[in-house]
Design a protein around this ligand. Structure first.
Ligand code: IFM
Length: 454
């Protein structure tokens, strides 16, 4: 890399990584933690590859000091982690578990000591099982329990933690959890799916209000949405309309209520009776003003008309002749398209890329190094596109790589490695990958030379 980066990010641009509790912590039954829906789901045969679980994961619950040191060594400025609701409230409501709060309290102090900004996410899919037993996100009360949890965490941490995210990817929580059943709680019920989606949104609004009410300083609060530009598989009218419907459910069904206080009319009409009941005040809570919107981007979505697909008559295809990671097509211009679209259509106060990254089959070489050059290329090519959006005036103020460590990739188990740091899950040894060193340099220089051969 040249000394003079050709691409330089604006002064004050924030660089970091993202992770989530169930994917890295382990310690699933320690110090009073209650069970979550993922603990239950992983134990159901056939739900997770090889029957793997997050029981131990990357053992971050015990190795967090080492992990904070890795972050400091890489020069990271922001650490987005999630708080495990069942560590704080083992039954989801009522009784607080002090050691759970202590864990995050110590983590926050350690981060601040190293000059790393903590960015907790309140919910990254690990609903307390006790609340699932009462109906989970299909139960409107869960939104109120979430506000109670937000208040408790806010009271403890908001003297030091200024930046917060309420939910991670409510679309995935609703759809993978209640429609396809690929994620916990593993249900397949269209009515429940959109009811859960609505309650997730409502709980977001309630949590923002609860955090602000208890805050000991002015907070910056946002939400992290999994968004994707949706492209039609062909120019046919049928494919284009299918893509529009898919975009409605994936993107607009979450962006519109949060940023415009309404559900998109075409989707309300399309979903008809499966649309949830919206109480008179709901939209006012859901659209509570936010300080930023978090965009999680991995790939675009290509859609064709599919008369057999329930409700939306649209399904995804994998275009031929494109480059793929182990999970998705690699499509860097998609992040530019998305950031410019979110800005143009919604004008949020600020935008953060709260997740971007790739899983490729990394291995440790004979000399102990992990040469994950494909990941470096992926990050470089996406950052070029983020920079392009910023240059055109889109207020993107930070970029977080998914993820710090290799971790438990949900139904895929440990096969998918997303980390800037390799984890040997037998020994829990960490090895910073070449991408980690590359990213550290990008942070130091606040930019890079995109023409550098990798
Ligand atoms: O690992 C997930 C994360 O939990 C949410 N966003 C996408 C990542 C990669 O699949």
């Amino acid at each position: 890399m040249s000394k003079e980066p050709v691409i330089r990010f604006p002064e004050g641009f924030r660089w970091g990584v993202a992770a989530s509790a169930y994917q890295i912590e382990g310690g699933y039954d320690e110090d009073g933690r209650g069970l979550s829906i993922w603990d239950t789901f992983c134990r159901q045969p056939g739900k997770v590859e090889r029957g793997e679980t997050g029981d131990v994961a990357a053992d971050h619950y015990h190795r967090w000091r080492e992990d904070v040191q890795i972050m400091a060594d890489l020069g990271l400025q922001v650490y987005r982690f999630s708080i495990a609701w069942p560590r704080i409230l083992p039954e989801g409501t009522g009784r607080v578990n002090p050691p759970g709060l202590d864990f995050y309290d110590h983590l926050v102090d350690a981060l601040l000591e190293k000059g790393i900004t903590p960015l907790p996410t309140l919910y990254h899919w690990d609903l307390p099982q006790a609340l699932q037993d009462k109906g989970g996100w299909g139960n409107r009360d869960t939104a109120h329990y979430f506000a109670e949890y937000a208040r408790i965490v806010g009271e403890r941490l908001s003297d030091r933690v200024q930046n917060w995210i309420t939910h991670n990817e409510p679309f995935v929580a609703a759809v993978a959890g209640h429609f396809t059943g690929e994620h916990a709680p593993g249900l397949q019920d269209p009515f429940l799916t959109f009811r859960a989606g609505h309650h997730l949104l409502l709980s977001h609004g309630y949590a923002v209000e609860a955090l602000r009410a208890t805050a000991k300083q002015t907070l910056q609060i946002g939400i992290a949405l999994n968004l994707s530009p949706v492209h039609p598989a062909s120019e046919s009218e049928a494919d284009q309309q299918a893509a529009r419907r898919y975009d409605g459910v994936l993107n607009r069904l979450f962006l519109d209520p949060i940023l415009c206080a309404k559900y998109p009319e075409d989707i309300v009409e399309l979903l008809g009776p499966v649309m949830p009941q919206v109480e008179p005040d709901d939209m006012r809570h859901i659209a509570v003003p936010l300080d930023f919107v978090g965009v999680n981007y991995y790939s675009r979505t290509v859609i064709r008309y599919d008369p057999d697909f329930p409700l939306i008559q649209a399904s995804e295809i994998k275009p031929e002749g494109r480059e793929y990671s182990q999970m998705w097509e690699i499509y860097p211009p998609g992040i530019y398209e998305l950031l410019t679209r979110v800005w143009k259509d919604y004008r949020p106060a600020s935008i953060f890329v709260t997740e971007n990254g790739v899983c490729v089959p990394d291995g440790v070489d004979f000399d102990g190094r992990v040469r994950d050059y494909r990941r470096i290329r992926y990050l470089r090519d996406h950052l070029v596109q983020v920079h392009r959006a910023i240059a055109e005036g889109v207020p993107v103020h930070g970029y977080l790589v998914w993820s710090l460590l290799d971790n438990f990739e949900w139904a895929f188990g440990y096969r998918m490695r997303f980390g800037l740091t390799y984890v040997d899950f037998e020994t829990q040894k960490r090895i910073i990958k070449e991408s980690g060193y590359w990213f550290a340099r990008v942070i130091r220089e606040n930019g890079f030379n995109p023409d550098m051969a990798i």
